[in-house]
Design a protein around this ligand. Structure first.
Ligand code: KIV
Length: 298
């Protein structure tokens, strides 16, 4: 059995989501809902909730591993988390995010690393950042039979070139470049396109002019779908919350409350209580005490 075989206990009624589902949804004007996921229990919950796709984003470097940005995360770290997600998800399309320097060095290396996401990580497709400068790489990965999701606008792996996590495409020149890149990525064969942190009217304009679904994050309501970082929307990561995030829970606060209650219980000897304790039949206990007493006499 592969190391990322899905949980056999999941109900068999789950309908598999594919890149065709994405296309059909765009044709029918039905929004696509995506969240990131980095581990087995979250993948189970996302899949059971009916999410269209789970993105194992390189954002995991920040929200799970505590790096300053997404630059340091490696292929091995990404694949480790991809496998965990693949074990939990049965229905969602699984998107592996290619980390910094896994696809920039050469086209051959990019194809080989993209293949690892499918063979070793259990992903169905890959995502990579960039526009016109990545066309050869994207075409080669698609030619190898691996669907590619593009990513334009704020591309966090280029944070050192962009000078920070700032919205992109706010001038005529910058907006035009993003629009042209979107057309080029569509032509290169990307099945979908993430638009991150760009003006809403630009994102809507692009979404109406390309045939592949756009997935927005901080790009307004005019995209064909939306994606959020799961730790942001659950309120699990409070170091930095972008303006566009809607918080659906405060799990960090809830964790702190639970941890505090546990510490209080232990200090006050309220935990463990009787119901958390394993008992031994009195007869066995007396027999043990008897045996130990006899052993001591020997
Ligand atoms: O890594 C990630 O989570 C992403 C999303 C922000 C689209 O790339």
């Amino acid at each position: 059995m592969s190391t990322f075989a899905p949980d056999v206990n999941l109900p068999a009624v789950y309908k598999k989501k594919t890149i065709q589902t994405f296309r059909q949804k765009k044709e029918r004007n039905e929004p696509i809902a995506i969240l990131t996921g980095y581990d087995y229990p979250t993948a189970l919950a996302l899949d059971r909730a009916g999410i269209d796709a789970i993105l194992v984003g390189d954002s995991l470097g920040m929200v799970v591993l505590g790096y300053e940005n997404t630059v340091p995360i490696t292929m091995e770290e990404m694949l480790h988390h991809c496998r965990a997600v693949a074990r939990g998800a049965r229905s969602a399309l699984l998107i592996g995010d290619m980390p910094f320097m896994s696809y920039q060095v050469s086209v051959e290396q990019a194809v080989s690393n993209a293949g690892r996401f499918l063979q070793e990580g259990g992903m169905h497709v890959v995502k990579l950042e960039g526009g016109r400068e990545r066309l050869d790489t994207i075409r080669a990965i698609i030619n190898a039979g691996i669907p590619v999701m593009g990513h334009l606008g704020l591309t966090p792996q280029s944070i050192n070139a962009l000078g920070g996590f700032h919205p992109q495409g706010r001038t005529t020149i910058a907006a035009r470049r993003i629009f042209e890149d979107a057309l080029l990525l569509e032509e290169a064969g990307c099945f979908s396109l993430v638009l991150e942190s760009i003006p809403a009217r630009l994102a809507e304009f692009i979404s109406k002019r390309i045939s592949i679904p756009t997935i927005g994050i901080g790009a307004g309501a005019g995209c064909d779908g939306q994606v959020l970082v799961v730790h942001d929307m659950l309120g699990l990561f409070d170091r930095f919350i972008p303006k566009f995030v809607k918080k659906y829970a405060d799990l960090h606060g809830e964790m702190q409350r639970a941890f505090g209650e546990y510490i209080d219980d232990v200090l006050a000897r309220r935990y463990p209580a009787q119901e958390h304790t394993v008992e031994m039949p009195e007869k066995e206990w007396q027999s043990l005490l008897g045996e130990i007493a006899v052993d001591k006499l020997k």
